[in-house]
Design a protein around this ligand. Structure first.
Ligand code: AKG
Ligand code: FE2
Length: 253
């Protein structure tokens, strides 16, 4: 069933520019293999079986941190990903856009013991943010991430407010209504920062390598993240440029 961002708080969308996404994936594979000192072969295989390069979860996590730094230094992923999914992002965030400066990289090898704990991004992030959750391999079942749609995220919060000590009841809502996202390579999950989400131990025999990055309108309310360190301006409309220039010259607040 197709989901709608407005109703469900998430949707799975196809890249407008698949060849740019395929190129980005190759760059990520190349950076990974350079870090590992390995000779690349077929991109999809290299990434799905990336776990074969690591002896321990700690080594896998160390690699993930290095890869995160390399990607943020060498690839303008904020700009690229915006362009790749532009027809889906522009209606959400408009023409004056902030993008997260450093994207997060998630690496979940099979049986990796630290899946993503259940959480919502907002708060502390702003509830005016969209997260682009972009897998570099096909994601399905336990290799993927689960979300609670807007309705059940709301129900879970209400339940927690009225039964703050009943973890079991809360987990039951979660268990019953969390949906594992099927996100093949070539698409992305766009989700609202107010949704509960997380992952469970990857029981498939392939690794998950995915990226997540946030976009928001420049003029939408901020969360608790320092806007100048966490975000950067991606683009502004001609009208905004005139307004900003005017403010600067006439020193208006
Ligand atoms: O990919 C994951 O397992 C977690 C990602 C996440 O928490 C997010 O994108 O906000
Ligand atoms: Fe998150």
């Amino acid at each position: 069933m197709k989901h709608s961002f407005q109703t469900d708080g998430f949707e799975i969308v196809q890249a407008d520019d698949l060849s740019a996404l395929t190129h980005l994936r190759k760059q990520v594979r190349d950076l990974s293999f350079k870090l590992l000192g390995k000779t690349p072969s077929e991109v999809d295989r290299d990434l799905n079986f990336l776990h074969e390069c690591f002896e321990s979860p700690e080594a896998a996590n160390k690699f993930r941190l290095k890869l995160t730094t390399n990607i943020s230094e060498q690839i303008d992923s904020g700009q690229l990903i915006y362009e790749i999914f532009k027809s889906h992002l522009e209606p959400l965030v408009g023409f004056d856009v902030l993008v997260q400066q450093t994207p997060n990289i998630v690496f979940q090898p099979p049986e990796y013991p630290v899946p993503t704990e259940l959480h919502r991004d907002a708060p502390a992030n702003s509830p005016y943010e969209v997260i682009v959750w972009l897998p570099f391999v096909d994601c399905f079942q336990t290799k993927s991430m689960y979300v609670l749609n807007r309705h059940y995220s709301q129900k879970a919060i209400e339940y927690f407010s009225s039964h703050p000590n009943d973890k079991k009841g809360f987990d039951e809502i979660l268990l019953e209504h969390a949906e594992l996202m099927e996100v093949p390579f070539g698409s992305a999950l766009l989700f609202w920062s107010g949704l509960f989400h997380g992952s469970i131990i990857n029981k498939e025999n392939e690794s998950r390598l995915s990226l997540n990055i946030r976009y928001k309108n420049l003029f939408s309310p901020l969360g608790l993240k320092d806007p100048l360190r966490y975000f950067k301006i991606l683009k502004t409309s001609p009208l905004t440029n005139l307004g900003l220039d005017f403010q600067l010259r006439e020193q208006l607040e």
